[in-house]
Write a protein that binds this ligand. Structure first.
Ligand SMILES: NC(=O)c1ccc[n+]([C@@H]2O[C@H](COP(=O)([O-])OP(=O)(O)OC[C@H]3O[C@@H](n4cnc5c(N)ncnc54)[C@H](OP(=O)(O)O)[C@@H]3O)[C@@H](O)[C@H]2O)c1
Length: 274
């Protein structure tokens, strides 16, 4: 496993396991499988409705707590200082943990203009030792800049949609300048068209690897944190088997050139759904 060191000194596995759209009843077996394969970082969220299942898998596994890296997120309807503190207590209870490694604001929902207060609640949780690190998801530069200007703690990362068709160069550059890692959600574009791309297929063939493995490798070599999701045991293994090959510069540049600003999810500045 490769680790990155976050801006507060905490080490985080660079490759983790996402559980969006994993049903609560499936989460136990799926997360247990991921832990058996070697994943140590699990990315859930209150809105995924599976924190209890994730927690049960952690409880049943023999992996020591200090080797795990558990992320969850405060949902849009729970934004605001007091609401966020309450939502955190609920997430922690469902997960059956006494701290989480990383707590994230799920979306800025800028129309409501509550993300600064929400983030200040995350700062309190950090000072109280109930979370090891804090960060955000789906923040544009101007949202991040407001946190840098109005809050005390720099987010450790910004979790954003990122894959070869949406390379996110500007946010990566801004993150690099400000010590904020980019963590890629939908890193495989939700298993879509990008896996069928001719260039990615050709690179995969040359390495005797799959398109998904090549894309995960591209994220890793770009110093992006990456959290592919799968409920399929063979894919859970496949997506972790990425540490025995390397893409060369030409291959990296070829994949970089596929960027076409194409999203699966909403445009963050326009996402105000509650
Ligand atoms: N912060 C946010 O707003 C946000 C938004 C979206 C996602 N996320 C996080 O990011 C994680 C990953 O994103 P995601 O779940 O949207 O998409 P993803 O990881 O890009 O893709 C998952 C999809 O790809 C399929 N797949 C996985 N591995 C594959 C492989 N090796 N070959 C072919 N298909 C494969 C999966 O199918 P099967 O499961 O059927 O195998 C699933 O349908 C989420 O689970 C969640 O933790 C965060």
């Amino acid at each position: 496993m490769q680790f990155v060191t976050l801006n507060n000194g905490l080490k985080m596995p660079q490759l983790g396991f996402g559980v969006w759209q994993v049903e609560e009843e499936d989460a136990i077996s799926v997360v247990k499988k991921a832990l058996e394969v070697g994943y140590r970082s699990i990315d859930t969220a209150a809105i995924y409705g599976n924190e209890r299942g994730v927690g049960e898998a952690l409880k049943q596994s023999s992996v020591p707590r200090d080797e795990l890296f558990i992320t969850t997120k405060v949902w849009n309807t729970d934004q605001g200082y007091e609401n966020t503190l309450k939502a955190f207590d609920e997430s922690l209870e469902k997960l059956g943990l006494d701290y989480v490694d990383l707590y994230l604001v799920h979306w800025p929902t800028p129309e409501y203009d509550e993300y600064v207060e929400t983030y200040k609640a995350l700062e309190k949780l950090y000072h109280d030792g109930r979370v090891k690190a804090i960060g955000v998801c789906n923040f544009d530069q101007d949202h991040l800049q407001r946190l840098l200007d109005e809050c005390e703690i720099t987010p450790v990362l910004n979790q954003i949609e990122c894959h070869p068709f949406l390379a996110q160069q500007e946010l990566k550059h801004f993150g690099g300048k400000n010590d904020i890692y980019v963590e890629a959600w939908s890193p495989l574009m939700q298993g879509g068209e990008v896996l069928k791309n001719d260039d990615i297929q050709a690179i995969a063939k040359d390495h005797g690897k799959t398109p998904a493995q090549v894309i995960i490798r591209w994220h890793l070599q770009n110093e992006t944190i990456v959290i592919p999701k799968s409920v399929t045991p063979s894919r859970i293994e496949e997506n972790f088997d990425v540490f025995d090959f390397e893409l060369n510069q030409k291959e990296m540049e070829k994949i970089d050139s596929l960027d076409r600003n194409e999203r699966k999810g909403p445009i963050p500045s326009e996402m105000n759904h509650r």
